[in-house]
Design a protein around this ligand. Structure first.
Ligand code: SAJ
Length: 432
């Protein structure tokens, strides 16, 4: 099956690179976003999100004459839905953007069209939520038009490469729909294209991120245990990972971003009775910010009146995305306990946490600080020379929440170094 025109709904982290990649591969693409500001920014040749290589790709897509942006869906051979599916405060999935996208596609739908949902969604969303809305067009999913679910699996920071190279799972409401999806993504996908049914594809996506969440939770629990037993968890993990079938992930201040901290809840909501481990892992990861604050509090002998330089606010290294960031939570908690908090996020200089102040440079954050708290291992932060910090800080305390600072160098510069997952060494028992 051949597709000439494509309408992509949602110009965010996934929709924009996807639309641009289709356009540079010869499809005529209209990218749709309901946010007028986003549409204006793109029309002015700018981009509203940071991702390595994205600006060049988007410019090439516009330059090819194949990409346009609009505020409403338009008729096309195929439609890709890449809108956000966040969770509400009570951890239930918010599918309002998927519903709204489907409602705008329905009047444009013609026989033989293909609709693909890429947004991470609870199991059965494609068949139970999307199909009925699209069928208001009078056309039947699977027979009159093709309908598939294909999860995006790209890693922020490496989106452009992974979009093309990763294996792609395409689940159709029937075989013909999955095959239509394969024909669409074959336009640019170099990774293997694997066909299945729509609900399996939805499960696959949720299983991948839940698996990672559970594994990060166990790493975080190992960090707490190491602190209790006077062990260095980083050394212990490195040694355990020499086992041929063990690959423990990295402890940290918690799990953030719009994917891994959200997606497991879709399974919990869908099947509360069968998800006790998944729920518990979420709880463990959500408790990490409070644990980091407790470590900092005890390292400083209290937080009231202390000046803290909090380095990194993004949800992980080398991105500018602060959504659900545990670092933000840590900074907010430190400030709420009476510390003077200067935050420095090199990828979003103006951003800060409630009660804190944004520093416009690293030195401005460190100036007069009693302690340095490293929460994100951004390139540049982990390599900060201790001597530079010592020159402007008032105190000599460092807390490393990512296990990346060279401890010896910081100690040699006169700092007391506290590291997440590293307990004070305990005396030998019963020795001679
Ligand atoms: N984190 C740790 N320790 C680790 C790894 C990660 O604490 O060892 C933390 C990070 O600091 C961050 C969070 O977990 O706060 C998530 O980061 P991540 O790099 O694990 O994942 P995301 O959210 O950037 O992207 C994930 C990816 N999923 C998997 O690796 C299974 C990506 O492939 C998905 O496309 C993406 O979710 C998504 O959009 O669903």
């Amino acid at each position: 099956m051949q597709f000439r025109t494509l309408c992509v709904l949602g110009m965010g982290y996934i929709g924009l690179p996807t639309a641009s990649t289709f356009a540079t591969n010869g499809l005529r693409v209209v990218g749709v976003d309901v946010n007028r500001r986003v549409v204006e920014v793109l029309r002015n040749g700018e981009i509203h999100i940071q991702e390595p290589g994205l600006r060049t790709l988007v410019q090439a897509a516009f330059g090819s004459g194949n990409l346009r942006v609009a505020e409403k869906a338009e008729p096309a051979d195929a439609f890709v839905i890449a809108v956000p599916t966040p969770i509400l405060d009570d951890k239930r999935a918010d599918l309002s953007a998927v519903r709204a996208a489907a409602e705008t596609i329905a009047p444009c739908l013609k026989p033989g069209n293909l609709v693909v949902l890429e947004s991470t969604s609870p199991p059965r969303t494609t068949v139970d939520v999307l199909a009925p809305i699209l069928e208001r067009s009078g056309l039947r999913a699977g027979s009159d038009f093709f309908l598939a679910y294909s999860p995006e699996r790209v890693l922020p920071g490496q989106i452009l490469r992974e979009l093309i190279e990763n294996a792609r799972v395409i689940g159709g409401v029937n075989r013909a729909s999955a095959e239509a999806g394969r024909d669409l993504y074959a336009t640019f996908a170099k990774g293997e294209i694997l066909l299945t049914d729509a609900t399996t594809a939805e499960m696959v996506k949720l299983m991948e991120n839940t698996y990672r969440d559970v594994n990060i939770a166990v790493a975080n629990e190992f960090a707490s245990l190491a602190e209790r037993f006077g062990v260095d968890v980083w050394e212990a993990i490195a040694l355990a990972n020499r086992h041929p079938r063990v690959e423990i992930l990295r402890p940290g201040p918690g799990v953030g971003g719009h994917c891994i901290s959200v997606d497991p809840w879709f399974l919990v909501e869908a099947a509360p009775g069968e998800t006790s481990l998944i729920r518990q892992a979420r709880r463990v990861n959500d408790e990490q910010p409070a644990k980091v604050v407790a470590r900092v509090r005890s390292a400083l002998g209290g937080l009231q009146g202390k000046n803290l330089a909090v380095l990194g606010l993004a949800y992980k290294a080398d991105v500018d995305d602060l959504r659900q960031s545990p670092a933000l939570d840590v900074a907010r908690r430190l400030a709420s306990e009476g510390a003077g908090v200067m935050t420095y996020e090199p990828n979003a200089l103006e951003m800060t946490a409630a009660g804190a102040q944004a520093a416009s440079s690293l030195n401005a954050a460190l100036e007069g600080a009693d302690a340095l708290i490293l929460l994100v291992d951004h390139r540049g932060l982990a390599e900060l020379p201790p001597i530079q910090a010592a020159a402007v800080m008032r105190g000599r305390i460092v807390f490393d929440g990512r296990g990346v600072l060279p401890r010896d160098a910081w100690e040699q510069a006169g700092f007391t170094v506290h590291v997440l997952g590293v307990g004070a060494s305990l005396p030998l028992q019963g020795g001679g």
